[in-house]
Design a protein around this ligand. Sequence first.
Ligand code: ATP
Ligand code: MG
Length: 314
Amino acid sequence: MNDDAHQYVIDVHDLNKRFGNKHVVNNVSLQVGRGEIFGFLGPNGSGKTTSIRLMCGLLTPDSGSGTCLGYDIVRESEQIKRNVGYMTQRFSYWEDLTIRENLDFVARIYQMRNRREAVDRSLESLGLQTRANQLTGSLSGGWKQRLALAACMLHEPKLLLLDEPTAGVDPTARRDFWEELHRLAATGISVLVSTHYMDEAERCHKLAYIAYGKMLARGTASEVIESQGLSTWSIHGEHLSKLSEQLRTTPGVDQTVVFGSALHVSGRDHEALETAVRHAVAGTSLRIEPIGTGLEDVFIYLMSHSKDNFGAQS
Ligand SMILES: Nc1ncnc2c1ncn2[C@@H]1O[C@H](COP(=O)(O)OP(=O)(O)OP(=O)(O)O)[C@@H](O)[C@H]1O
Ligand SMILES: [Mg+2]
């Protein structure tokens, strides 16, 4: 089978994976459309990398099924491995090889016949022709990530699986990296990307939030926000962390988070929340205003509630 017959480049259902008695991936289902940038978010150890490895045939699920690029994730894992571009969480290249040598090494792994042309093409698209013979170890963090992206695209995959591709990279380089991802997506390439950065989450067409192996929310950013039914007020002024503690235990308040000079106070019961906020600031010089609940508010909410649920189960 090939991908042409399929609407989704990734279409997996009820994937489960346990390591010992740890249920690391718990009934995860996911669909990624062609040309879509799909963001995978969740706290450390929530099962993002493991889910990615299940989808690209590097790990076999205990149960569940699905296809990646139209290939069965269990029976046709070899084809998947050959056809996806996978950038591992800690992508490694040889620091003491030149940029050209590193790309050539990857081209050999993919057993490409036209290695020389593929490497030249890649260097050109990176704008690195003049630096082809420079040692990779001398590149900046941002350039190393671009090289890593170019390496996993050498064999011209239609699907990229990028596991925290921009971890530790500065904001400008991350922005450039994401512009490149959007250019690729516009040509029909699909991208599943895990990240801990909120600005990157906002740049994805669709998102999934996973915690303790369970997918807690998915959809567009606004669908994910709406799914939790939270209202949020912001409070500006002095001594916000003390107020935050006080409000946290007030009926109607489900969450308080200090964001720089503002305190975000969120709750599901809109009226009770407003009453609590107005009461808390009465007689003070603090300024309040209702604001749209943000993605970060929702992720913090999902994370703290999943912890509670997890605690209750164990
Ligand atoms: N091969 C393995 N054997 C045993 N446990 C594993 C193995 N791989 C992962 N785990 C455990 O599974 C859980 C999920 O790990 P995973 O790497 O998928 O999380 P993650 O969401 O990618 O985290 P991070 O954001 O830190 O990269 C963790 O508790 C991890 O220790
Ligand atoms: Mg990971």
